[in-house]
Design a protein around this ligand. Structure first.
Ligand code: 4NP
Length: 162
């Protein structure tokens, strides 16, 4: 199973989401079985480390994302990844523009796909403060935990091999 987390800049939400997902997977029976990456629908921050506020937020939760580097989503990602997990509806629209017609459905809104009720989008904390980063982290980490549960069920039903 291969998962790609998407936001606009790939310096705030998606690196935090990638970090949360990596950490939750590593602590689960799925450790080593799921490939995780992140990308942005824009290439504005290509090659850059996550925003210092995102690095600090992840670190407060025991997750090190300082080594990640931003990259833009590419057409070929739709061939490689099983799911393209989008932070918000604009990301989903922008991602689907790049999708080959037969891979359109691989791009999904992460929160509802993971089974999170009540909120469908992770708000962009870029113009916000520490509390906004914490709010985005909480949603991303909830999605990461729900994703691990969803994939664990898939493994038990034999769809993912050992
Ligand atoms: P992200 O946040 O999509 O969560 O990485 C943003 C980062 C940068 C910009 C916007 C959102 N920007 O306008 O440069």
């Amino acid at each position: 199973m291969k998962l790609l987390v998407i936001c606009l800049g790939n310096i705030c939400r998606s690196p935090m989401g990638e970090g949360a997902l990596r950490a939750r997977l590593a602590a689960s029976p799925l450790a080593g079985r799921v490939e995780v990456d992140s990308a942005g629908t824009s290439g504005w921050h290509r090659g850059q480390a996550p925003d210092p506020r995102a690095i600090a937020c992840a670190a407060r939760h025991g997750v090190d994302i300082a080594g990640l580097r931003a990259r833009p989503l590419q057409h070929k990602d739709f061939r490689h990844f099983d799911y393209i997990l989008c932070a918000d509806a604009r990301n989903l629209d922008d991602a689907r523009v790049l999708a080959p017609p037969d891979a359109h459905d691989r791009a999904v809104l992460w929160l509802p796909w993971a089974g999170i009720a009540g909120t469908s989008e992770v708000p962009d904390p870029w113009y916000g403060d520490e509390a906004d980063f914490e709010h985005s982290w909480a949603l991303l980490d909830a999605a990461a935990q729900a994703t691990v549960r969803r994939l664990a069920d898939t493994v038990e039903s034999g769809i993912i091999g050992p």
